[in-house]
Design a protein around this ligand. Structure first.
Ligand SMILES: [Zn+2]
Length: 90
């Protein structure tokens, strides 16, 4: 399949062109600053609007959540109590 390697019209300013470049992806994850240098993104040459590839973000979050899931216990279903009943005759 063809990746979109060409520049496209900027969705924000509609004047500039978003061209594939490398930049540092920075975001806050669970209170920690997350920096990934040399990340591919489309950057507008006029307003410097930055758009990261959705696939990349998906993969990134997937990795992070996977790691987090390893550390934590899986959610436990609420324990259901059986209603107590007295033993009676027929
Ligand atoms: Zn722009």
């Amino acid at each position: 399949m063809d990746a979109k390697t060409t520049a496209y019209a900027c969705p924000r300013c509609t004047v500039g062109r978003c061209a594939p470049q490398r930049t540092t992806f920075a975001d806050v994850y669970q209170g920690q600053l997350l920096c990934i240098p040399n990340t591919r993104a489309y950057i507008c040459d006029i307003c410097h609007f930055v758009e990261f590839e959705q696939e990349l973000l998906d993969a990134l979050w997937h990795e992070l959540y996977d790691e987090a899931a390893m550390d934590e216990m899986p959610p436990v279903a609420p324990h259901k109590r059986g209603s107590s009943y007295s033993d009676g005759s027929g």
